[in-house]
Each structure stands twice: as C-alpha cells, then as structure tokens.
Design a protein around this ligand. Sequence first.
Ligand SMILES: [Zn+2]
Ligand SMILES: [Zn+2]
Length: 326
Amino acid sequence: MTFSVTFWGVRGSIAAPGPETVEVGGNTSCVEVVCGDRHIILDSGTGIRLLGQRFARERKRPQLTILYSHLHWDHLQGLPFFTPLYVPGTEICFCGPKGIEEALSTQMGDPGFPVRLSDVPARLAFEELGDGLRVPIDGGITVTCARLNHPGGVLGYRIDYAGHSVVYATDTEHYSCPDPKLVKLADGADLLIYDAQYDDDEYAGLAGPPRTGWGHSTFSEGVRVADAARVRQLALYHHDPTHSDQKVRELERRAASLRPGSFACREGQTVVLATSAAHATATATATAIATAIATDSTSAATLGTAAERAANGQNGSAASRGLVAA
Ligand SMILES: [Zn+2]
Ligand SMILES: [Zn+2]
C-alpha cells in the first residue's frame, strides 16, 4: 500500500544540464506516482528517460498510465527515449488533453524521429481527459482533472489513494487571487506540486521582462494557494532553466519561511505519502510526509546548454510570450 511520489524531471521550458544545475537537476517535467503496485506517470519530459532505465534494470513490464498536463514540448520530449516503449508486454495508457495521440505520434514521426509510435512493441492506448472528470483506476485510485490557466490550456491532476492525495499543478498562472479551481482541486491534499518558475521580481518585470501572461507562477503564489486549500505540504516545481542550484535554494528558503515544510523539487527525490504500516494502522502518523533522496538517479540531462542559453537570451516581447516558457 505504498503511496509515493518521485521526481524524475523538475525543470521547466527546456532541459538545463550543466554545473550550475547538478543538485536540482536539468531534466524537464516527469513525476512518478506509485500507488501500491501501479505506476502513474505525470508528463514525459526528458526526465522520463531515467525512469525508463530504472524499469529496464528491474526487468519490469509494467502497466503504466501517463497523464499529460498539456502538450508543450518540455512535457513530451523524453517519450521517444522511454525504454518500456520498446519492451513487448508493456502496456501504456496515454491520457491527456484533446489531440494527445496526434501530438505524441507527430513527435515520433518522420522527419523528427526514426521510430514511429505506432510501430513500437508496447501495447498502447489513448484517452482524452477534460475539465471536471473523475476517473477511477484499478487498485482504488481516483484521478480528478481540472483545467487551469496556461496558454493553450492545461490540466491539473489530483490523485487519491489509500486516504491520501497528491495534486500536480504545473504550467499554471495565478490570478489576482488563488485560482478557485485549483483551490478546490487541492482541498486538503497531502502534497501540492506547484509551478514556481519565477520569483516575484521576475514575474513583475523588475528583473528582466514581465512574465505576466506566460502561463507560470511564483513560490509566493504557491504559498497562497497551499494556504487557501489547506494543503499539508507545498512542493516548488517547473524551475526556470536560468535558475541555478543556488537560486532554487534561495527560493526554497523564502517559501519555507512563509510556509514551513515547503521545499523545492529535485531530481531523484522521493516523497512518501503513505507506507504499508501507516496504511494498515491508519493512525494519525500516517499523514506524515517524509522526504528522501533516492540513490538510483543522476542529474544528467539530455539536451545541450547552448540552445538553452540562446533561448534565455531572448527578451520578453509580446511576440515571444508563450515561446520562452513552455
Ligand atoms: Zn506549458
Ligand atoms: Zn512546461
């Protein structure tokens, strides 16, 4: 009855490997949620490659559900390098917004990639999800979807299992108040994984161009929404590719000073929401959240830094909105 969350990619917009991001990690969005013997994966950014390697080492042929927040490239790009795709006997259900099958197939089509998604040995299924859907999954898991605020749309997910819950709210921008839909989705959750790409000065345009309308948020807004939803613990996610380990640590410190226990997600980090013993005894301590650094992951990322530096050099004209921050 283990319920745990492991971060395989925590970077937003584009992979950002290099000496300044070794601690936090440079891979883009991918989170593994283990509910008993079932694995749910949130997004397939470049971090999913490392998760695929772990499945290969374990010689597992898992039944997988991959939930996509949206179809921007930093949430898809690792899929062609996800080893289980090429293992006969693996079953993968891709769930996400309208157009998901076409987006994933196009990414692996000619001329971008030599193996078509329709030709891989794994058995694949596709399911389109939408705002307000509540989807039961075998094993006593429930997934709830809510449309949040991002250019082109984005789905936030809540996963409930064994009396605990995690909410994944990446690529979403706050309003003048905490987004009521997100507050409702995250109500009483154990863990809220929240888009904290910018600090307040960056968002307001006091450090570079204003990022309003780019579809991302800040750690301070994360604190507000976590408070409004009475969330147990806040996790800062989708770190900006320009943010060094030192910068992320600083944002983490500031978030934790406003809301003790808040932390910045790092590659390889695991948060245990419930364990067998805790579930069996159903004691109050079952709600305690422990974090640990997993030992079987690296901070290696797959994409080059030159392109990232070029992208970061762009300023935030109206024309670039939605391009520099996916
Ligand atoms: Zn996006
Ligand atoms: Zn993104």
